[in-house]
Design a binder for this molecule. Structure first.
Ligand code: ADP
Ligand code: MG
Length: 336
């Protein structure tokens, strides 16, 4: 039975992105919390109906690596989509508030995203098209899931008509106009993993001289909290201060006051060597570096498939359990 808008009471705003706002809601009928996303759709009624029909495919997407779907409906000029609430937020929220993500956790993020991508493609022939840290969500049960995949062709079209659909996670071949393949998602995953491990977006205008401002706010190495450790208590900033800071950091593409225009960045992605998992501040395991390199071959033919990446040493030798992830996820929200 699908959720309707009149079942929902608004609780709090969770975030806003390109063409959408996400709200935490209370479902009066079912007595539980959910997330409602409103997408601005500037299209005629027939197109809006088609979008709502196409979104129903999400009802058949059942995987532990895909955010659950509860229903969709028109809300004045928007399309409302109700999905599972992920109470630790997106990986983007988590690293911006807590600093770089421990590399062992980044490995589990990679594993979850790859399982999600393979499920979407093998079972539904869907290519995600928008892998980035804000579309990877975590909950305090230690689960990691992906959301906002391209189920509706009409929705993709009407958003492309209202917004510049260029993303900085886009693969070189996509920037040059090649069609989407699952390999384009693998590139976006590679970029996202570096961003989570470094705590900053990997492209700067002087990539080889490492950004001075890397992890400027975070002087400690990120470590995986263990059962015996208590979550660190931070008294430096209130939740709202952190949110402000996060917003002001926004889409700055490089640290230290240098910024790259979107066109410079796209040109850079096409013409320069791919970024690597390296930091002047710490060493990453060799298997992690190799994994990321395998995601970021500029030639999609050389780039590894999700299946091959899942079989890699970094993923198969991981010792992190769901219990570890649970403790980690809880530590990211209990600091406020
Ligand atoms: P974007 O993905 O570009 O940031 P969205 O509108 O898709 O824009 O999402 C905005 C924000 O809302 C996300 O960054 C995330 O913080 C939050 N969010 C989205 N979906 C959920 C969800 N199911 N549970 C919790 N938070 C969510
Ligand atoms: Mg999103």
């Amino acid at each position: 039975d699908l959720v309707k808008d009149e079942d929902l009471e608004i609780l709090a705003e969770l975030g806003a992105g390109n063409g959408g706002t996400v709200t935490k809601v209370w479902n009066k009928k079912r007595g539980c919390v959910m997330a409602r996303k409103l997408i601005l759709v500037d299209a005629k009624p027939s197109v809006r109906k088609q979008i709502l029909r196409e979104l129903q495919i999400m009802n058949d997407c059942n995987s532990p690596y895909i955010v659950g779907y509860y229903g969709c409906f028109p809300v004045d000029v928007h399309v409302g989509v109700v999905i599972e609430l992920m109470d630790a937020g997106s990986l983007n929220d988590i690293y911006r508030q807590n600093g770089p993500i421990p590399i062992e956790v980044v490995g589990k993020v990679a594993e979850a995203v790859l399982h999600g991508l393979m499920y979407l493609y093998d079972v539904h022939r869907i290519i995600h098209r928008d892998i980035k840290p804000s579309n990877i969500l975590a909950n305090t049960n230690g689960e990691i899931k992906i959301c906002d995949f391209g189920v509706s062709g009409e929705l993709i079209n009407s958003i492309a008509n209202t917004f510049v659909g260029t993303s900085t996670y886009m693969s070189p071949e996509r920037i040059q106009g090649a069609p989407y393949t699952i390999k384009s998602d693998v590139w976006s995953l590679g970029i996202s993993l570096i961003e989570l491990a470094l705590g900053r977006f990997p492209f700067t205008d002087s990539q080889d001289q490492e950004s001075e401002s890397e992890d400027e706010d975070f002087d400690e190495d990120p470590t995986l909290p263990l059962n015996t450790q208590r979550p660190k208590i931070s008294m430096s900033a209130s939740n709202s201060d952190k949110k402000e800071k996060r917003k002001s950091k926004g889409v700055s593409l490089a640290g230290g006051g240098h910024t790259m225009s979107i066109l410079d960045l796209l040109q850079h992605i096409v013409n320069e060597p791919a970024p690597k998992l390296v930091s002047r501040k710490r060493d990453f395991p060799e298997e992690a570096k190799v994994f990321v390199e395998d995601c970021l071959y500029k030639d999609p033919g050389q780039r590894k498939s999700p299946q091959d990446l899942l079989a890699s040493d970094w993923i198969s030798n991981s010792k992190v359990t769901q219990e570890d992830l649970k403790i980690w996820a809880q530590s990211t929200i209990s600091q406020d």
